[in-house]
Design a protein. Sequence first.
Length: 300
Amino acid sequence: MFTYTPAAMLNGKKIAVIGAGNMAEAIVSGLLKRGAAQPGDLVATDVDSRRLAHFQKTFGIGVGRDNQQAAHTADVVLLAVKPQVMDDVLCGLKLSPRACQLVISVAAGTSIASIAAGLSPGVSVVRAMPNTASLVLEGATALAGGPGVTEEQMRMAQAVFEAVGHVVVMDESHLDAVTGLSGGGVAYVYAFIEALADGGVKMGLSRSHAQLLATQTVLGAARMARDTGEHPGVLKDRVASPGGATMAGLHQLEKGGLRGTVISAVESATVRCKALGQPAGGAGSSSPAASVAARVASRR
């Protein structure tokens, strides 16, 4: 791990946030709360005037509808848009590969090559896969750097997402699996919390008590696993006394195939993410980069 803070790494850097959705809001909020950026360092753009008004009122940052103007003087350009509108956004951005300017994309399934193909040659691109827990500053984000990304630029990208949680750096080939695990994983955990609370209600607890206990139990268990660094199996064994109630419950989870089902959920989500990232036309089509480059060129 690098020995630096997000505030020090991003001090004085201008950040343009293209797209003012929930993920952009989480990142902007985290940057400001952690002191990694000041309101004057940030500008957000969107086609939705209501979202822009919300950002301006809530965070006191600059807002606008002109992506090119916002990105022109930015040190970091954060592409926080849906994958299906990425081509249109890239068409409106004419970035020059000037020193240190960095483009970060949080669009799921959209490859670095696809993004780079829609920008000027030489622009540095980092792809990020955060999750919605970033909204409460407990996000899990994976980063992958494209060709030409410097160590300093990668540290800048890390600093952005460390403001909203924890960060790992890996090869881009693993990002679809990250989408299936931590991207979709928050939904799997919500489903587990709901089921855990329903179990308590079935056994006579009030709905409010059951939900609070289920939520806090998952939160506490997650913090134990993270903060101790011990294998989840070791922590599980400490709770499951021989012949005890917990072991009886674990037996039922094994009979129901909990672990196999969760593994299959991550696998299915990963496969689906890979499919969504493929160009139209299937395996016989050109590469993602070539496909996007052709579409962008046709619109210029």
